[in-house]
Each structure stands twice: as C-alpha cells, then as structure tokens.
Design a binder for this molecule. Structure first.
Ligand code: NI
Length: 157
C-alpha cells in the first residue's frame, strides 16, 4: 500500500495510449491497491493508471466512497442519454469545466481475477466510467469540454 505521485496535465504520459493488460500478477494487484490509496488520498472518485505514470488499461472508481470498482481493459459497449455538468480530474488540480457525457453506460471489462464483468452506471458513475476510460486513450476532459477549463471556487471543494 502506497500513495503514488499523480501526474499533472503537461506530463506527456497523460497523452499516451495505454496497453492492454494480459495477465494480473502480484505487481498488478499492488498497483491496483496503490491506485485506490492514491485516489482516496486526493478525495477523487476515479483514477486511471496513466495518471500515476503506468500505461496500462486499468481504472479504479468509487463514486460513493463505499463502492470500489476495478476495471481492467474496460470498453464501453452501450451508452444513452446525456448529462451536462462540472467535471474535474486529479491531473488538473483545482480546475473544472462543463462536460457533456452519456447519462447511462454499459461497460465490459475484467476484474482483478481476470474474469469478464459487465458494469452499468448512471449519473456520476456513468460520467466516471467515461472520464477514466478516456484517460486510457490519452484523452483529458479539456479536449471535449463544452466551455473553458476554469478554477474551482474554494467553497466548492
Ligand atoms: Ni481524470
């Protein structure tokens, strides 16, 4: 268990495409643990491996603080509806922008045991799945934002 250094926008690793995970070994499990530690430490709801400098298709998400989700090689297979709202990213600290995302997504992936899973998400979870999956292709929310990236008001947290 360890908190790893989060890479910030400007670091070119965030713009690279991550590689598919072929097998989960001890090192992968340690990486996933560290990703959760790093995400919770920064009060994030999601983190993708490239954000800590690892170009592997692994994402962790927890939108309630009680529902940790690991997605390995995630692929969005269905989406519907739309939601427009403020979105932030641990790699752009203190910033946010208005981003439109699907309101529902279905995503196939593998869990830590490399068993295939399907996860459905609405609202914030749908947003998080889209945001984190984008990271694996080098996409940041700035690229698809409806408006400018701006400083978050102190009160908003
Ligand atoms: Ni992000």
């Amino acid at each position: 268990m360890a908190i790893r250094k989060i890479r910030f926008e400007g670091d070119e690793v965030l713009r690279k495409k991550s590689k598919e995970v072929k097998e989960v070994n001890e090192k992968t499990l340690e990486l996933i643990d560290d990703m959760f530690d790093t995400m919770y430490d920064s009060y994030g709801v999601g983190l993708a491996a490239p954000q800590i400098g690892i170009l592997k298709r692994i994402v962790v998400i927890d939108v309630t603080g009680e529902d940790p989700i690991v997605l390995i090689n995630p692929e969005i297979i269905e989406k519907s509806g739309s939601q427009t709202g403020e979105e932030g990213c641990l790699s752009l600290p203190g910033k946010s922008a208005i981003v439109t995302r699907p309101d529902y997504v279905k995503c196939k992936a593998f869990n830590e045991a490399m068993e295939p899973i399907v996860i459905e998400g609405e609202g914030l979870l749908a947003r998080a799945i889209c945001h984190e999956t984008d990271h694996l292709d080098g996409i940041l929310y700035r690229d698809i934002a409806d408006g400018p990236v701006h400083d978050v008001e102190m009160e908003e947290e």
